[in-house]
Design a protein around this ligand. Structure first.
Ligand SMILES: NC(=O)C1=CN([C@@H]2O[C@H](COP(=O)(O)OP(=O)(O)OC[C@H]3O[C@@H](n4cnc5c(N)ncnc54)[C@H](O)[C@@H]3O)[C@@H](O)[C@H]2O)C=CC1
Ligand SMILES: O=C(O)[C@H]1O[C@H](OP(=O)(O)OP(=O)(O)OC[C@H]2O[C@@H](n3ccc(=O)[nH]c3=O)[C@H](O)[C@@H]2O)[C@H](O)[C@@H](O)[C@@H]1O
Length: 437
C-alpha cells in the first residue's frame, strides 16, 4: 500500500517508519523542515528506542521518504493524519488548528478511492466534520478514524504489535472500502489475531479519550490513597501490590509518586471535559477535574517534602534533580512533572542542578534558567539533597553507599517510589517518598 503520514512527531515518525518496516511504501510529510531533514538523513529527531534502527533499515530499502511538500501526496492511496492537538492556551479545549490545516492542505491532492485516516487524538465530533471537508474536496474519497494507543518509550513495539485496533468508519460502501484499506495496512497485526473493533466515528474517537481518562484516573486514584497513607504511616506501594493481585483491579498503572505528565494524558482529560461541556454533558466528567487536581498536588507535595528534608528552607541549598523527562525511556518534557518540580524548587530559592540521560536539551530549551549536569554524580556533587523525579533504570540502580560519598548531605526524595528505603537508610540516607514512610 502507498501511504502518507502527515505530521512526523512522536507519533507520526514512528508510525511512518513502522509502516515501511511492514512493507508499505511510505511518504512522511511535515511542515518542520529541520525535522524532515533529520528523518530524510535516517536520523530520529527525538529519543525513542528502536526508531533509529528502523529508519536506517527503511532508508536502505527505499520504502520510506520524507518531504515538506504536500503536493507529493498525490498518487498515494492512504493518508494518515498524525499532527498535534495540544491544549489551547488558557483553555481546556483541544487546539484543532493543525488538524484542520493538514486536512485543508491535503484536500486538493485527493483522488477517487483515497482513504484519509485520522490518528491524532481529537474531541468527539471532529471526524464527522472532517469527513464533510474530505467529501467536498473529493466525493469518492473517504475518511476513517483509527486512534493510536502507543506509549512513548515503547512506541515501535506498540505500533508493530498493537494490543488492539479500532476503526471508525462510515456506513455503507464507503465504510467497507475504508475497512478493506485499513485491513490491508494492518495485515500483519491482524494475522497475529490482534483484536479489532470496527465502529462509527464517534465511538472510535471516544474509545481513545476514554482509555486515556481511565489511565489518568487509575494513577490519581493511587495517588489519592498515597495522600492518606502519608498521614497514617501506611505504605502505598504495599497497598498497590495487595489490591493489584485482584485481577479485576490489576497492578499496572498503580505506581504512586509524582503523577502523570506528557503530551497526552493531561491535555486529553482536559479536552474531554471541555468537549463534554460543549455537548451538554457537563456533569458526566466532573470527576476528571479531581483527577487533574490530585495529580497537580503531587508536584507541590514533592517540593514541600524536599523543603522538609532541608530543615524547612530551600534558600541557597543545592538540590540535585535526577530526571527531567515525563517518564523514563523518553526525552519528552511536555508537561513533565519532573521539570515542573525542578523549576518550582528553583523559584523557591534552591540552587538546582539537574541531570537526565536524554531530556537535558529539551529541558534546557524550556527552562534555560536551570543548571544542568552531564551525569548523576556531577549533579549530586556536594548537594544538600537529591530528588529523584523520573525513574530511569540507571537511577534505580544507584549504589547508596558510593553515591553517598558524592553528596554534601545524605538526603533523598524518591519521587517515584522506585528505590529501596531500607537500603538507602542503611547507608545513612534520610529517605523520604510520596506515600511511603
Ligand atoms: N506522542 C504519543 O505518544 C501519542 C500521541 N497521540 C496523538 O497524536 C497526535 C500527535 O502527537 P505527537 O506526535 O506527540 O505530537 P508532536 O508535536 O510530536 O508532532 C506533531 C507534528 O505535526 C507537525 N505538523 C503540524 N502541522 C502540520 C501540518 N499542517 N502538516 C504537516 N505536519 C504538521 C509538527 O511539525 C510536528 O512535527 C496528538 O493528537 C496526540 O494526542 C496519540 C497516541 C500517542
Ligand atoms: O495518548 C497518548 O499519547 C498515550 O498516552 C499514554 O502514553 P504515554 O503518555 O506515552 O505514557 P504512559 O506510560 O501512559 O505514562 C504517562 C504518565 O503517567 C505516569 N505514570 C504511569 C504509570 C503509573 O503507574 N504511574 C504514573 O505516574 C508516567 O510517569 C507518565 O508521566 C498512554 O499510556 C498511551 O496508551 C497513549 O497512546
Amino acid at each position: 500500500m502507498r501511504i502518507t503520514v502527515i505530521g512526523c512527531g512522536y507519533l507520526g515518525a514512528v508510525h511512518a517508519a513502522c509502516m515501511a518496516e511492514l512493507g508499505h511504501e511510505v511518504l512522511g510529510i511535515d511542515v518542520d523542515q529541520a525535522k524532515i531533514d533529520l528523518l530524510a538523513a535516517g536520523r530520529a529527531p527525538f529519543y525513542e528506542p528502536g526508531l533509529p534502527e528502523l529508519l536506517t533499515s527503511a532508508n536502505a530499502t527505499g520504502r520510506l521518504r520524507f518531504t515538506t511538500d504536500m503536493s507529493e501526496a498525490a498518487g498515494y492511496d492512504a493518508h494518515f493524519i498524525a499532527v498535534g492537538t495540544p491544549q489551547k492556551k488558557g483553555e481546556y479545549a483541544a487546539d484543532l488548528t493543525y488538524v484542520d490545516a493538514a486536512v485543508a492542505s491535503l484536500a486538493p491532492h485527493l483522488a477517487p478511492g483515497n482513504v484519509v485516516i485520522g490518528k491524532s487524538t481529537v474531541p468527539v465530533g471532529t471526524a464527522r466534520r472532517l469527513a464533510g471537508i474530505v467529501a467536498a474536496a473529493q466525493p469518492e474519497a473517504v475518511l476513517a478514524w483509527n486512534p493510536e494507543f502507543l506509549r512513548e518509550g515503547f512506541a515501535v513495539e506498540d505500533t508493530l504489535r498493537p494490543d488492539r485496533l479500532v476503526y471508525g468508519v462510515p456506513d455503507g460502501a464507503a465504510g467497507e472500502h475504508a475497512k478493506a484499506v485499513l485491513d490491508e495496512i494492518y495485515a500483519t497485526a491482524l494475522g497475529n489475531e490482534t483484536p479489532l473493533v470496527v465502529t462509527g466515528y464517534e465511538t472510535a474517537e471516544l474509545v481513545k479519550v476514554s482509555a486515556n481518562a481511565f489511565l489518568a484516573t487509575k494513577i490519581s486514584f493511587i495517588n489519592a490513597i498515597a495522600e492518606v497513607a502519608d498521614v497514617t504511616g501506611a505504605d502505598v506501594t504495599a497497598i498497590a501490590d495487595a489490591i493489584g493481585y485482584d485481577a479485576r483491579i490489576g497492578r499496572r498503572f498503580l505506581n504512586a509518586g509524582l503523577g502523570f505528565g506528557g503530551g497526552c494524558l493531561p491535555k486529553d482529560i482536559r479536552a474531554f471535559q471541555a468537549r463534554a461541556g460543549e455537548l451538554g454533558a457537563d456533569q458526566a466528567l466532573t470527576f476528571l477535574r479531581e483527577v487533574d487536581a490530585i495529580n497537580m498536588r503531587r508536584r507541590s507535595r514533592a517540593v514541600d517534602l524536599t523543603r522538609e528534608l532541608l530543615d524547612d528552607s530551600l534558600l541557597g541549598k543545592k538540590v540535585a534533580v535526577l530526571g527531567l523527562a515525563f517518564k523514563p525511556e523518553s526525552d519528552d518534557v511536555r508537561d513533565s512533572p519532573a521539570l515542573d518540580v525542578a523549576s518550582q524548587l528553583r523559584s523557591q530559592g534552591a540552587r538546582v542542578v539537574a541531570y537526565d540521560p536524554e531530556a537535558v536539551p529539551n529541558a534546557q530549551r524550556l527552562h534555560p534558567e536551570l543548571d544542568f549536569a552531564s551525569s548523576a554524580e556531577e549533579a549530586a556533587a556536594d548537594a544538600d539533597a537529591v530528588v529523584l523525579l523520573t525513574e530511569w533504570k540507571q537511577f534505580r540502580a544507584l549504589d547508596p553507599e558510593a553515591f553517598g560519598r558524592v553528596v554534601g548531605n545524605r538526603n533523598i526524595l524518591d519521587g517515584r517510589n522506585c528505590l529501596s528505603p531500607e537500603e538507602w537508610r542503611a547507608a545513612g540516607w534520610r529517605y523520604r517518598a510520596l506515600g511511603r514512610p
